[in-house]
Each structure stands twice: as structure tokens, then as C-alpha cells.
Design a protein around this ligand. Sequence first.
Ligand code: ADQ
Length: 499
Amino acid sequence: MWTSDNLKKLISDQLGDRRFIIVSNREPYLHVLQGDEIRCQQPASGLTAALDPVMQACGGTWVAHGSGDADRMVVDEQAHVRVPPHDPKYLLRRVWLTKEEEDGYYYGFANEALWPLCHIAYTRPTFNEADWQAYVAVNRKFADAVAEEVGGQKAFIFIQDYHFTQLSRLIKARCPNTMTAQFWHIPWPNREAFRICPWGEEILDGLLGNDLLGFHLQHHAQNFMDTVDRGIEAKVDYEQLRITRGGRQTLVRPFPISVDFARSAEEARGADVAKEMQRLTQLFGLKRYEAIGLGVDRIDYTKGIPERLHAIDRFLQRHPEHAKRFVFIQVGVPSRVHIGSYQALNDRLDTLIEEINWRHRSDGWQPIVYLKEHQPRTTLLALYRLARFALVSSLHDGMNLVAKEFVAARDDEDGILILSPFTGAARELTDALLVNPYAADHLAQAIHQALTMSADERRRRMQRLRQTVREYNIYRWAGKVLSALLSFEFKDELLERLP
Ligand code: ADQ
């Protein structure tokens, strides 16, 4: 079983004097002003939630956009701050972006072009030359920051996600002694869907600057290889999962990401979470209900939140006997609010929840409680434990960590996971109720099944789900990625020797 200690050992045995640097757009800790005080927050992001425990185990430097309004107040002259604040384990190097850069690179190309291009959720991508130019310029800015951190030494650089398709080549031009791996946290679409991108060739070529390219699923890796095969000149070896372009090789591999199971399980059993469960029970009068349903998401059109609400509506129409005996808590943190489609979704959710609550309201009861803000980890863990079922209804999702967080928090071995088959998580979590979110009736039926399932069956399913998430945890993910990257250089039997 992979643990934080195995991972530490792998890093210290194999890295030697090489620097270890992670690059992502989102930073793992933001400093924000609340009145006169500076507070440190962790963002609602699957990527940072997954990688923070890895960095805490490995040390090293994390390079990311400094986006908190108090970020500049706490760094030194090199834009460095050590994190986590109360028990520093690694260095955070912040990169400053202008508003125009953020607009073009982040909101524009990354989130209005690449995000919808890679998710089949029927939101059309917008391609804009100025956004693309800003995106490339910001990739250069990050390459400069990484080069400063490398400082002429040998280094392993681990690049995250679709914000940095140009980064690996730019880094290697500046620092020849580096190896790079890049992990693509979202799906890779089929080649027909990808073809519409006007800068497709540059994106494919840029990604092939990496020594290793990781996706959550074999299927995404396969789509990428097909896209390269049809899109640009390269030798694609489908058996060895290897692409050669311009004499250089890139390994393409699936690595399903996960959560820190041990830490979540331990925290979820702790006194703080128990206290928080009591507070929430009192605050929302939860004792009145036989069961609580739960949704937790970054508000995004890929997460299928309206589909989930329609299913609750349908469920209550079909099974009015559950009225007043059940409540659904939707926790949704607004994200990317400067983009029109996200504003429209926020408005749509407000209206939809109001409508559904109005339709079913009775004697002071209403079916949906909407917590539209960022919640601390203790609150999320408490909600995971209070819920009879968690509903993850993504229309398309690279992995979906909420599903795994829910399972990790349930050491009481109770609770049902209702999960969309269009998430990466559905490949591993086969003891969930797997339901197509586009079919409101099927989802409504699954809610009914979750509320009427015997305690024995709930336990059997949850035990198997927990076994999977315990074993396929975040340290295994990081260990597999790093050992695949390291095996490039050491060319030994490293992979076989690891658990
Ligand atoms: P995301 O799209 O951000 O990640 P997801 O994997 O579900 O999606 O993670 C969301 C994270 O935000 C979870 O850790 C969750 O606890 C947290 N969160 C959600 N709502 C919150 C709230 N209101 N308050 C506080 N925290 C909240 C991308 C891909 C995913 C992939 C991850 C990791 O889109 O498919 O699983 O990266 O690779």
C-alpha cells in the first residue's frame, strides 16, 4: 500500500540533488484580506486538493499564479512563501499576472476555449487570437519563473493541466538539465472534437515537449494518441504508449488521481468533525429528517447541477411520501464568475432552486438547502458524514474527487454514492449507483433506491468502495507518475520494485 512515507522514500532515494518543482495555475494556499486581517485559504480545486499532500510529503517548490488579494503582503523578494502556514513543508513561488494577462490566458484561452473543447458538455468553445497570444505569453512568464527556481541545477518539473500546453518546450529551452512530466486533469476529447481548435497543432507539439504525459484514463490517453496520429507528424506507438516527434520521445500513460484516504479518514473520525456535525444538525434542524442527500461542487456547467436538481424535483413528484422526511444540501462554490456561461449557470441555479423549493414547500419544509460559498474542510467532512447519499452527476469529468472524498470520509461504512458514468471515478468506483445524469427519471429512481436500500447492502457497497480508494490513493498516483518519469533516466527496474 502506498503511503506518504513510501513516497518520501522514493523521492529521497531517487531525486538526489535534483530539484523537484510543481507548476500549476491555481496556488494551493491564497492569502486574502478580511477586514484588517490576513487569512490563508485553500481553494476549491481538485488539483490543489490532490497535490498538496504530495508536496507536503516531498518538499520542493510549487510555482503558481498568486491570485489572493493579500498574496504580495506575505512573500519575500523572490515572491516566496513557505506553506502550509502553521507547519511549513514546502516553498510556494508566486507568479504575478496583470489583469489583461489573466483575462486572455486564464478566462479566455484556458477556460473559454480549452475547457469546453475537452469536456463534451455541449457548451461551445470560443477561440480568440488575442486570448491565444496572451496564453502563450503567460506560458513564457511561467517558464522564466521556473528557470529562476531551477537556477542551473538538474531538476524534475511536474506541470499541471491545460493552462500550460506550451510550457515544457519553453522550460527545456531555458534549462537543458530538466525532465518534465505533465498531467492533464480534464478529459481529452476524440480527435474529431479536437480538430476545431485553430491552434491544435501548436498544442499537440507543445505537449510533446514533455518526457511523460499523464491522463486519468486509458481512454483519454488513447484519444490523445489518435489526435496526434491524425493531427501532426509523429510516430505513434499504440502498444508501448509512446510518441516520437523530432527524434524525442514522450511516454503517454493513464494515472487515475485520488485523495489522501488515510488523512481524510482520520480527520473525519476526529472531534472537530463531530462538533461540526452537531453544529450543522442544529443549524439546519437535520434531526427532523430520515435522510439527507448531498451535492458538493465547484459551480461549473460540466458538473450537471441543474440535471441533479431536476432529478430531485422528479423524485418528489413520483414519491411525495418522502416530502418532509428528506432534505438535499447543495454546496456550491462559484468559480470563473467573469465568464458569461458561468454567470448564466449561477443565475439558473438560483432560479431553479427557488422554483423547486416553491413547488414542494409545505409546513415550513423545503427540499433543497443551497450553501453557495466556499466551505472549510471540516464542514465538508461533516456533511459527507451526515449524508445518506452523495450525488455526483457530472456531464463529463476527468476524475471527480468529491466522489472519492465522500468515500474516504465514511469510516462508519454507511452512505451511498450515486455517480455519473461520465466521470473518471466511475471506472474505479463500480459499487456506486452508476446513473446517466441526462436521464432525470433514472436519477430520480436512484435517489429512491438510495433512500430505501437496506443497511446491509449500504455497508457492503461502502466497504468495497473504501477498499478501492484506500489502495488507489493519492500517494500511489504520485508514486506511479514519479517512478515512470524517473525510470526514464535510471532505466532500471524501478517500476517493478515499487509497490
Ligand atoms: P475540479 O473540476 O475542481 O478538478 P473535483 O475533482 O470534483 O473537480 O474537485 C473539486 C474540489 O473542490 C474537491 O476537493 C472539493 O472538496 C472542493 N470543493 C467543491 N466545492 C467546494 C466548496 N463549496 N467549498 C470548499 N471546497 C469545495 C479538476 C478536474 C477533475 C479532477 C480534478 C483533479 O475537473 O475531473 O478530478 O481536477 O485531477
